[in-house]
Design a protein around this ligand. Structure first.
Ligand code: TPP
Length: 299
C-alpha cells in the first residue's frame, strides 16, 4: 500500500487571506508553501503578501512567520538561519520572501550581504513589477514604458528605464548560488524549481538559493481577474520574461512556444497607450536581454 504523505494536506499559506481576486503572488505563495511543508520558517518583508496575510489577529501562515521591515528581510532570515545552525537544527527550511521593490531596490544591500555570507536560505522574490501595495509606484523591476502612478503617461509614455536584470546580479555573487526565474503561468516548472532550491540549501556544501517568480497584479497591470495564468504564460512565451536556471555558474535558458509581444502587451492597461515606435523599442530590449542570456549559456 502507498504510504500516506503526512504533508499532502498541508497548505502553509492558508485561504482566507485578503489578496485581490486573480492575484498572481498569492498563487505563488500557496504553491511555494505546499512544497516547503511544515518544517519551515518564513521571514517576509513589508509588501502585498505580508499585508494580505497578517491582518491582526489573523494569520494565513501555518508556519512561524516573522514580518521584517521593507528593506531587511534577507538580514532577518540570515539571523534565523544562524540561530538554527547554532542549535544544530539544520533540516529546517528558512525562506525569505519579498516583492520586487523589497528585492531589486530597497532590500538589495541586505540580499547582497546574505548572498556574500553564503547563508543557506531560499530567497523568493514575487515579482509583480511595481510597488503594488502602496499604490502602484514604479520599481527597478517595472518594464520599460509600463505605466505606473510614478511613471504616468504624459509627454513621456510610462517608465523610461528598462527592467534591472536582478538574477544576473545575484549570480555574480558567486558560483554556489542556485538562481532561477519562474512564472505562475508555468506552475509545474515553478514547483520543480522550489524543490531544487530547497535541495540546494540543505545539501552538503550547499548555499543560498534565489527564485524570482513573475506574478501578475490585476490592479497594477490593469488586467481582468481571470487571465492571470494566461498572461503570466504569455510573458514567458514572448520572451518578456525568459525562464532560466543558473547552477554552478552555468546558465540554462528554457525554450517555450513563441508568441508575439503585441499579444502580450494588448491585454494590459499599463501598456495601453504605447505608440508603435515604443513597442519596437520594448521589443528590441527584450530581444537584447534574451540574446545576453543566450550568450551566457555558451560560456
Ligand atoms: C523604509 C520604508 N520605505 C517605504 C515603505 C513603504 N512601503 C511599504 S511596502 C512598499 C512597496 C512594496 O513593494 P514591493 O516590494 O514591490 O511589494 P508589493 O507591494 O508589490 O507586494 C513601500 C513603498 C516602508 N514600509 N519602509
Amino acid at each position: 500500500m502507498k504510504k500516506k504523505n503526512k504533508n499532502q494536506d498541508f497548505e502553509g499559506f492558508a485561504k482566507g487571506h485578503n489578496a485581490c481576486a486573480g492575484c498572481g503572488a498569492a498563487i505563488a505563495m500557496r504553491h511555494l508553501m505546499k512544497i516547503a511543508g511544515a518544517n519551515t520558517i518564513v521571514a517576509i518583508a513589508t509588501g502585498c503578501m505580508e499585508v494580505v496575510s497578517t491582518v491582526y489577529p489573523l494569520s494565513s501562515w501555518e508556519v512561524p512567520c516573522i514580518h521584517s521591515a521593507f528593506e531587511n528581510v534577507a538580514a532577518t532570515a540570515s539571523g534565523i538561519e544562524l540561530a538554527l545552525k547554532k542549535q544544530g537544527k539544520r533540516k529546517i527550511n528558512v525562506i525569505a520572501i519579498a516583492g520586487d521593490g523589497g528585492t531589486f531596490d530597497i532590500g538589495l544591500q541586505a540580499l547582497s550581504g546574505m548572498l556574500e555570507r553564503g547563508h543557506r536560505i531560499l530567497y523568493v522574490c514575487y515579482d509583480n513589477e511595481a510597488y503594488m501595495n502602496t499604490g502602484i509606484q514604479r520599481s527597478s523591476a517595472t518594464p520599460l514604458h509600463a505605466e505606473t502612478t510614478t511613471s504616468p503617461y504624459g509627454k513621456i509614455h510610462g517608465k523610461i528605464e528598462p527592467k534591472k536584470n536582478m538574477p544576473l546580479i545575484v549570480a555574480s555573487h558567486g558560483k554556489n548560488i542556485y538562481v532561477a526565474t519562474a512564472s505562475v503561468g508555468y506552475l509545474e516548472d515553478f514547483k520543480r524549481k522550489v524543490k531544487k532550491a530547497l535541495r540546494h540549501i540543505h545539501k552538503k556544501n550547499g548555499g543560498p538559493a534565489y527564485l524570482q517568480v513573475l506574478c501578475p497584479c490585476v490592479l497594477g497591470w490593469k488586467i481582468p481577474t481571470n487571465i492571470t495564468i494566461q498572461i503570466a504564460r504569455k510573458a514567458v512565451n514572448c520572451r518578456a520574461y525568459p525562464l532560466f536556471e543558473i547552477e554552478n555558474g552555468k546558465l540554462t535558458l528554457q525554450e517555450f512556444p513563441e508568441e508575439k509581444i503585441e499579444d502580450y502587451l494588448k491585454l494590459q492597461g499599463r501598456f495601453s497607450n504605447l505608440a508603435k515606435k515604443e513597442i519596437i523599442k520594448l521589443k528590441k530590449f527584450f530581444e537584447s536581454e534574451y540574446s545576453k542570456l543566450r550568450n551566457f549559456t555558451n560560456r
